[in-house]
Design a binder for this molecule. Structure first.
Ligand SMILES: [Zn+2]
Length: 338
């Protein structure tokens, strides 16, 4: 009798536990590369998407300080941040190179993804997979990949803000699913920050007005000091590897693309990862890199000249200038302040 009661209790416990088990948002196969996802569809008027109408999560403005190129680390510390842009322009639906993300996941490499707001809405599931993966950081790459140096007024405000709105919309949709993310057992949306805190200027192009607006919206502008050159069609895997491995220094921020325009990026990555590891580098998200040292900024980021149209390819960054003394980040404790 006692045994039967115990068995009944056990059965009840198991049933309760099963009912409380939260499902995974995605099967492993749904997280991986899917053939065709990398394709860029161009020249489509129907690719225009309206920005979500909603209220932004609370934020505080930050002090405008110029665009960050890299981070000065304490001697002996060898961190590098690999970053991947997910750009999408007004009349296109760009791609998602899941193979790149597969390489990063299989090697356990941290990375930061700068996402266009429109890209997030045309790739909602992929956005949710990246935002809820603790290996990755996600950041703002503007709404429609406009040249912010050529913008002003309300258009400038919205080009930055609409990407924040898109992120918060897609995160809310993830929350409604109540499922677990790519790594671990936590609810997926709880792994994703409530708002984006970093941004990157399309084409590396900004102006004092754009820098000021980014700061007003509580965002920190992150450029790069090493361009992989991967949107250049003719640059081979070996070419990309050479470009990265010969230019990375401790605290570097490396620019790649994963939107269908990182032509040989996936093939180049394993060699880059192995080469950097062999030199003693560890991989960090951009926020982790910022927390480990002092950001090095350019007071301006005129990477393209006045009058240049919005167009590919990217231009290489202007020379790096040291951050003004007294520089500190609002999230750093006062003891970090010089
Ligand atoms: Zn871009």
């Amino acid at each position: 009798m006692l045994a039967r009661t115990t068995l009944l209790w056990l059965a009840l416990l198991i049933a309760t536990a099963a009912a409380e088990t939260v499902p995974a948002c995605w099967a492993p196969s749904e997280l991986s590369y899917r053939r065709g996802d990398e394709r860029v569809q161009r020249g489509m008027t129907q690719a225009r998407i309206a920005a979500p109408k909603r209220t932004l999560a609370e934020y505080s403005p930050v002090v405008p300080r110029g665009a960050i190129r890299r981070v000065q680390l304490p001697p002996g510390k060898k961190l590098v941040a690999l970053t991947f842009d997910l750009c999408e322009q007004p009349f296109e639906t760009s791609g998602y190179q899941g193979g790149i993300v597969d390489v990063l996941r299989s090697h356990g490499i941290k990375a930061t993804f700068f996402m266009g707001g429109k890209w997030m809405l045309s790739h909602r599931e992929r956005t949710q997979q990246l935002m809820s993966d603790p290996m990755f950081e996600v950041a703002n790459h503007t709404w429609e990949h406009r040249n912010l140096r050529l913008m002003s007024g309300q258009a400038l405000v919205e080009e930055i803000r609409n990407a924040q709105l898109a992120y918060e919309q897609v995160r809310e949709e993830l929350q409604a699913k109540q499922c677990t993310g790519p790594q671990g057992n936590a609810l997926a949306h709880e792994q994703a920050p409530r708002r984006l805190g970093l941004m990157r200027f399309p084409y590396g192009a900004c102006s004092p007005a754009a820098l000021n607006e980014v700061a007003q919206q509580g965002l920190v502008p992150i450029q790069w000091d090493v361009s992989s050159g991967d949107p250049t069609v003719g640059l081979s895997e070996q070419g990309i590897q050479g470009q990265v491995l010969s230019n990375v220094a401790p605290g570097s921020i490396v620019l790649f693309h994963a939107n269908g325009r990182g032509w040989h990026t996936q093939g180049a990555l394993p060699g880059i990862i192995a080469g950097l590891k062999a030199r003693g580098y560890e991989f960090a998200t951009v926020s982790e890199l910022l927390a480990a040292g002092e950001p090095v900024t350019s007071p301006t980021c005129y990477d393209s000249r006045p009058g240049d149209a919005d167009r590919w390819p990217f231009r290489h960054p202007t020379p790096v200038a040291a951050a003004p003394s007294g520089f500190f980040w609002p999230w750093q404790s006062v003891t970090h302040r010089r």
